[in-house]
Design a protein around this ligand. Structure first.
Ligand code: SF4
Length: 444
């Protein structure tokens, strides 16, 4: 048997499929009321996107801008309110829509002042009808914006999870990742979050930063573990086009070394967290075994719909994924936000991609297989009436040949080695059409 060469481990983080760079302007623009007419709405997810940050981190390609001059946050919330009303009307009264989870992401949602966060919660509750105190509500924050007054609002309004982007507790590494911050400020923010009593604290860390060593990585892990966060995400560093992070070393030589370095840091981080009482949920995510449950667990990301509000948010029906325009460069992001804040008609989807039955199978498989618990065969068969072993025979065969996949009667699951290579596995399941749309996308 010939085993194909092992691919590079860090190719594409598949947090959503199809990727936004495969979306295109929709012509004609479909009415939201039509898109949602026959959709199940008993367990939707609500996502509100706040595209503002205090700084632009060197590794970040998210849709966000630095600062918000001329009362931009207020105008943005005005637009969000208009969009929420339009979406709510498009969903209609029957069948009643019910939200099973909610999240405020960004950007940095806590860039908003405390009174603006109140308004954001009001939009989610009063306009969209999400019962924030009864469902899991996750909010992202940065150390400088995790202030006591903002955290008090978020805690009182029902936040169950606060995710803090720390990246590194070593000041020199934070600078190298172009996220200037001091450990003392990070520690103070963590203290305020714990004081606020939000049940789940998540800390994001990054490995693969220039100058990071086994010892400095251990320092960050130790510092994070001191707080016994309920969740820790370990992200490999990616250097992406149009972001601030440039690497001035010979790519032909360094890329391989960098892969080796990142794989080592990944293993060290994983082993440390497993030894400290954490369970691995995916390549990036670890949850403390005794962490409190996150409320009713009836939202399934593979199948249920998502309503995204804000100009960087995606929405998913079972047959269409849509959003607004997407960009990374500062100038383009600003212009898209300006357009959003002056938009009065939110009744139609603007940019998106139809998801047919074949793409739905790929999405289901990717979002299950890249989790440590793997793909439940019965659920797949029930939903699609076919067998994943037949639908993806070549790709799954290759994974098994590499020792990355194991199967039992109920599940397909990545091995520990396979999980480490999650970012190489994901792209292998992209359809040719999505692949070519992503390749043709002109990043701006
Ligand atoms: S990593 Fe987070 S804080 Fe940094 S620029 Fe991106 S969204 Fe903003």
């Amino acid at each position: 048997m010939t085993v194909a060469a092992v691919p590079r481990p860090y190719q594409n983080y598949v947090y959503a499929y199809p990727h936004k760079t495969s979306y295109r302007p929709l012509t004609p623009r479909p009415a939201l009321a039509d898109l949602w007419r026959n959709q199940a709405r008993h367990a939707l997810s609500l996502y509100l996107h706040i595209p503002f940050c205090e700084v632009r981190c060197g590794f970040c390609n998210l849709f966000t801008r630095v600062g918000a001059p001329d009362r931009l946050t207020g105008r943005y919330l005005d637009a969000l309110d208009r969009q929420a009303h339009a979406v709510r009307e498009a969903l209609g009264e029957r069948p009643a829509s019910r939200f099973a989870t909610a999240a405020f992401g960004g950007g940095t949602p806590t860039y908003l002042a405390a009174h603006e966060l109140e308004r954001l919660c009001d939009i989610a509750e009063r306009v969209m009808g999400a019962d924030l105190r009864a469902i899991p509500l996750s909010v992202e924050a940065s150390p400088a914006t995790a202030t006591a007054d903002r955290l008090a609002v978020l805690a009182a309004r029902g936040t169950t999870r606060l995710s803090l982007g720390v990246q590194s507790f070593v000041d020199a590494e934070a600078r190298a990742a172009v996220r200037p911050q001091h450990r003392t400020d990070v520690e103070a923010a963590l203290g305020r979050i714990r004081d606020a009593g939000i049940p789940v604290l998540n800390i994001d860390l990054i490995y693969g930063i220039d100058g990071q060593t086994e010892s400095s990585w251990r320092q960050s892990l130790d510092a994070a573990l001191y707080w016994r966060p309920e969740e820790i995400y370990l992200y490999p560093l990616y250097v992406r086009p149009l972001t601030g992070l440039g690497r001035n070393i010979d790519p032909a030589v360094s890329e391989q070394d960098w892969d080796i370095q990142r794989l080592s840091r990944y293993r060290e981080g994983r082993d440390r967290l497993l030894a400290e009482g954490y369970e691995q949920i995916s390549m990036r995510m670890f949850r403390r075994i005794d962490a409190p449950p996150q409320g009713p667990d009836d939202y399934a990301c593979q199948t249920d719909g998502m309503i995204g509000l804000g100009c960087g948010a995606r929405s998913y029906t079972s047959t269409m994924h849509y959003s607004f325009d997407y960009a990374v460069s500062m100038r383009e992001v600003r212009s898209i936000i300006d357009t959003y804040t002056t938009t009065t008609d939110f009744t139609h989807a603007v940019v998106g991609r139809a998801v047919d039955a074949e793409e739905a199978r790929r999405r289901h498989l990717l979002q299950s297989l890249l989790q440590a618990q793997g793909l439940a065969l019965a659920g797949y068969r029930l939903r699609f009436g076919s067998d994943p072993g037949r639908d993806f025979a070549d790709q799954l065969g290759l994974l098994a040949d590499r020792g990355w996949l194991e199967a039992d009667a109920d599940r397909l699951r990545l091995t520990p080695l396979g999980l480490a290579y999650s970012d190489a596995i994901g792209p292998e399941f992209f359809s040719p059409a999505v692949r070519s749309a992503m390749a043709a996308y002109e990043l701006r």
